[in-house]
Design a protein around this ligand. Structure first.
Ligand code: FAD
Length: 294
């Protein structure tokens, strides 16, 4: 289904995110993940782009093509601009067109101390990349948003003002950073709507499946942890299998609440785990659009 269609008539989107295999691993290792995700019928699967990635690395675009052609599912690529010049982006756009990829999550990206090149000067913010991509063809362009504000923003209000610039530049759909506190997401949503941001906003859900991964993510993105979440971590932190199941249960609970409160969509960070994605999908798929077949 075309992305512009997936949220028509109040339909709630259910989308997945995966990451490409590490540099020294063959692209075929992604097949195992995709084999497991295929039967779950997400509206699309987005594929991340390495921090400091370059036009020479076509893994993200290649996997997006595999998702469409081999697995028959819709796909989207993430694309960052901090380390790409206009010429690099032109080259990547050609690669996407060759692969018939129409959906792009356009991002600034983060500074990467291990990047092989220095940041380029052509694009300062995601909104610059979005405006540029709009001139390059008929792409469905998405942007990132941050329910608890981007870590560099002065305040949530300032971040939402900047978010509006992305939408004005041509982003027609937003995917959110992960969060564990649904009330924080709805506070953000209310402010975004008041600021005139009227495009669909999917809520980013990351199941907490190990103590190490959650600590890393929280340090990186600063998500706040409700008491219910920290109690769960404290209870199960020494029991990895139980923690994984508790993390899945927490994500399901979050999704049921979000959907009941009318969220536009759920963007599930699958961490390339078909096991986790399947458990969550089995629990929530009948609730996402009751009465509609997936
Ligand atoms: P921007 O929108 O440019 O925002 C960055 C900062 O600048 C914010 O503080 C914002 O308030 C401010 N700002 C924005 N526009 C303006 C403006 N016009 N004027 C002044 N200030 C402005 N990273 C990767 O490397 N690869 C990925 O695949 C990837 N996928 C992601 C997927 C999702 C759903 C999310 C939420 C993030 C993802 N990221 C990824 C991380 C992202 O690259 C970082 O969060 C990055 O720091 C910001 O990217 P952005 O596109 O939001 O930047």
């Amino acid at each position: 289904m075309e992305l512009s269609e997936i949220m028509k008539d109040g339909r709630t989107a259910f989308t997945f995110e995966i990451f490409p295999p590490k540099r020294d691993m063959p692209i075929e290792t992604i097949y195992k993940t995709l084999d497991g995700l295929q039967g779950l019928h997400p509206d699309f699967i987005s594929v991340t782009y390495g921090a400091g990635g370059s036009a020479a690395d076509t893994k993200t675009a290649d996997i997006a093509r595999i998702i469409k052609e081999k697995y028959g599912m819709e796909s989207a690529v993430h694309l960052t601009c901090l380390y790409n010049s206009k010429e690099d982006i032109d080259l990547i756009v050609e690669q996407l067109k060759e692969r018939n990829i129409k959906n792009i999550l356009a991002l600034r990206g983060d500074y990467n101390p291990n990047a092989v090149t220095e940041p380029k000067e052509d694009f300062k913010h995601a909104s610059d990349l979005i405006a540029y991509l709009k001139t390059k063809g008929d792409f469905h362009i998405m942007g990132a948003c941050y329910p608890e504000a981007h870590q560099e923003a002065e305040s949530l209000d300032a971040d939402i003002e900047n978010l509006k610039k992305k939408v004005d530049a041509g982003a027609s759909h937003l995917l959110s950073q992960l969060f564990f506190d649904n009330d924080a997401f709805f506070r953000f949503l209310e402010k975004a709507r008041k600021a005139g941001i009227n495009v669909p906003i999917e809520a980013g859900i990351m199941p907490c499946t190990s103590k190490a991964s959650i600590e890393r993510m929280v340090t990186m993105c600063g998500a706040s942890l409700p008491a219910k979440f920290t109690r769960m971590m404290a209870r199960y932190q020494d029991y990895p299998d139980a923690l994984k199941e508790a993390g899945i249960a927490y994500a399901i609970d979050q999704i049921v609440d979000l959907v009941s409160r009318g969220v536009d969509g759920i963007h599930l960070y699958t961490m390339n785990s078909p096991y986790v994605a399947k458990k969550i999908t089995d629990a929530v798929a009948p609730l996402i659009n009751p009465g509609l077949t997936r």
